[in-house]
Ligand binder design. Structure first.
Ligand code: SF4
Length: 121
Protein backbone atom coordinates (compact mmCIF):
# COMPACT_ATOMS: atom_id res chain seq x y z
CA UNK A 1 0.00 0.00 0.00
CA UNK A 2 1.26 3.48 -0.84
CA UNK A 3 1.17 6.13 1.90
CA UNK A 4 1.92 9.82 1.55
CA UNK A 5 3.83 11.99 3.99
CA UNK A 6 5.07 15.55 4.17
CA UNK A 7 8.39 15.55 5.99
CA UNK A 8 8.44 18.18 8.77
CA UNK A 9 12.09 17.75 9.72
CA UNK A 10 13.09 20.94 7.89
CA UNK A 11 11.37 23.80 6.02
CA UNK A 12 11.85 22.12 2.63
CA UNK A 13 8.80 19.93 3.39
CA UNK A 14 9.50 17.06 0.98
CA UNK A 15 6.46 15.10 -0.21
CA UNK A 16 7.32 11.45 0.39
CA UNK A 17 5.58 8.44 -1.08
CA UNK A 18 6.25 5.29 0.92
CA UNK A 19 5.36 1.71 0.19
CA UNK A 20 4.09 0.29 3.48
CA UNK A 21 3.08 -3.22 4.40
CA UNK A 22 1.97 -4.37 7.86
CA UNK A 23 3.05 -1.00 9.24
CA UNK A 24 6.57 -1.39 7.89
CA UNK A 25 8.19 0.82 5.30
CA UNK A 26 9.45 -1.14 2.30
CA UNK A 27 10.63 1.85 0.28
CA UNK A 28 10.33 5.62 0.10
CA UNK A 29 10.62 8.19 -2.66
CA UNK A 30 10.62 11.97 -2.76
CA UNK A 31 12.83 12.66 0.24
CA UNK A 32 15.76 14.94 -0.50
CA UNK A 33 17.86 13.53 2.36
CA UNK A 34 17.94 10.43 4.62
CA UNK A 35 16.08 12.25 7.41
CA UNK A 36 12.93 11.86 5.31
CA UNK A 37 13.05 8.08 5.65
CA UNK A 38 13.71 8.43 9.39
CA UNK A 39 10.65 10.68 9.57
CA UNK A 40 8.43 8.14 7.78
CA UNK A 41 9.74 5.35 10.04
CA UNK A 42 8.92 7.44 13.12
CA UNK A 43 5.47 8.32 11.77
CA UNK A 44 4.72 4.63 11.31
CA UNK A 45 6.03 3.57 14.72
CA UNK A 46 5.70 6.43 17.24
CA UNK A 47 4.83 9.82 15.74
CA UNK A 48 6.26 12.84 17.59
CA UNK A 49 5.29 16.50 17.44
CA UNK A 50 6.23 19.94 18.73
CA UNK A 51 3.45 22.30 19.71
CA UNK A 52 3.03 26.04 20.03
CA UNK A 53 0.44 27.82 22.11
CA UNK A 54 0.13 30.76 24.51
CA UNK A 55 -0.15 31.27 28.28
CA UNK A 56 -1.91 33.89 30.36
CA UNK A 57 0.27 36.71 31.69
CA UNK A 58 -0.56 38.54 34.90
CA UNK A 59 0.32 42.21 35.09
CA UNK A 60 1.77 42.39 31.60
CA UNK A 61 1.39 44.94 28.83
CA UNK A 62 -0.11 42.01 26.86
CA UNK A 63 -2.52 39.39 28.26
CA UNK A 64 -0.77 36.43 26.62
CA UNK A 65 2.74 35.21 25.86
CA UNK A 66 3.42 32.72 23.08
CA UNK A 67 5.12 29.46 24.08
CA UNK A 68 6.41 26.29 22.47
CA UNK A 69 8.16 23.08 23.47
CA UNK A 70 11.93 22.78 23.34
CA UNK A 71 11.63 19.15 22.21
CA UNK A 72 9.21 16.66 20.71
CA UNK A 73 6.41 14.79 22.47
CA UNK A 74 4.38 11.76 21.40
CA UNK A 75 1.55 12.88 19.11
CA UNK A 76 -1.01 11.15 21.34
CA UNK A 77 -0.02 13.40 24.31
CA UNK A 78 -0.68 16.72 22.54
CA UNK A 79 -4.06 17.32 24.20
CA UNK A 80 -2.67 16.49 27.67
CA UNK A 81 0.15 19.00 27.22
CA UNK A 82 -2.20 21.65 25.82
CA UNK A 83 -4.33 21.21 28.93
CA UNK A 84 -1.27 21.75 31.17
CA UNK A 85 -0.38 24.89 29.22
CA UNK A 86 -3.94 26.15 29.51
CA UNK A 87 -3.76 25.98 33.33
CA UNK A 88 -0.65 28.14 33.58
CA UNK A 89 -0.61 31.82 34.46
CA UNK A 90 2.76 33.59 34.73
CA UNK A 91 3.74 36.99 36.08
CA UNK A 92 5.16 39.72 33.87
CA UNK A 93 7.81 40.46 32.83
CA UNK A 94 8.23 37.43 30.59
CA UNK A 95 11.52 36.88 28.79
CA UNK A 96 11.88 34.96 25.53
CA UNK A 97 13.42 31.56 26.34
CA UNK A 98 12.12 31.58 29.91
CA UNK A 99 10.96 28.14 31.11
CA UNK A 100 7.24 28.26 31.74
CA UNK A 101 6.80 24.55 32.59
CA UNK A 102 9.81 22.32 33.29
CA UNK A 103 9.66 18.72 32.06
CA UNK A 104 6.00 18.97 31.16
CA UNK A 105 4.15 15.79 32.28
CA UNK A 106 7.52 14.05 32.62
CA UNK A 107 7.85 13.90 28.84
CA UNK A 108 11.42 15.21 28.86
CA UNK A 109 10.94 18.67 27.41
CA UNK A 110 10.04 22.12 28.69
CA UNK A 111 7.49 24.71 27.68
CA UNK A 112 9.39 27.93 26.94
CA UNK A 113 8.27 31.48 26.21
CA UNK A 114 8.85 32.66 22.64
CA UNK A 115 7.93 36.29 23.26
CA UNK A 116 8.94 39.08 25.64
CA UNK A 117 6.10 40.63 27.60
CA UNK A 118 6.96 43.72 29.66
CA UNK A 119 5.22 44.50 32.91
CA UNK A 120 2.33 46.95 32.55
CA UNK A 121 3.17 50.50 33.64
S1 SF4 B 1 13.59 14.80 3.59
FE1 SF4 B 1 15.35 15.99 4.29
S2 SF4 B 1 15.31 17.81 2.98
FE2 SF4 B 1 13.29 16.87 2.81
S3 SF4 B 1 12.03 17.91 4.37
FE3 SF4 B 1 12.88 16.05 5.29
S4 SF4 B 1 14.73 16.74 6.32
FE4 SF4 B 1 14.17 18.32 4.85
Amino acid sequence: MLKYFTCIMCPRGCEITAEVEDGKMLSAQGNFCPKGQEYVFQELTSPMRNIASSVLVEGGELPLASVRLNGLIPKNRIFDVMEEIRRVKIKAPVTMGQKVICDVLGLGCDVIATKNVKAAE
